[in-house]
Design a protein. Sequence first.
Length: 121
Amino acid sequence: MSSVKQVQITFDCAEPERVARFWSEVLGYEHRGTACVDPTGVGPRLYFQRVPEGKVVKNRVHLDVRVGTGLVGAERLAALEAECARLIPLGAVRGQLLLADEENESCLNMQDIEGNEFCLD
């Protein structure tokens, strides 16, 4: 029998405290230096470690910020756009809007302040 393990998500970055502050604002987490923590204790801890090299290729793993859960059509698009509008002043960069198809609901590609991709889902 296996046990449930906690997960920490680690980001390589140039300015750990700045990126931690950004993600704390995005997720409503508590900012703790180079980390951010879910105040409810449910979500994973995010940790930001300084590395000398810059980001050069697309992420192999990314976060989905779930702002449109349960919504479809125009309501979902409105939720995605509203969250995008909130994040841009924090330093996020808007990417491509992917509209719903037969398999997936609409989502909006974004980048954080150091270019790491994430989705508004």
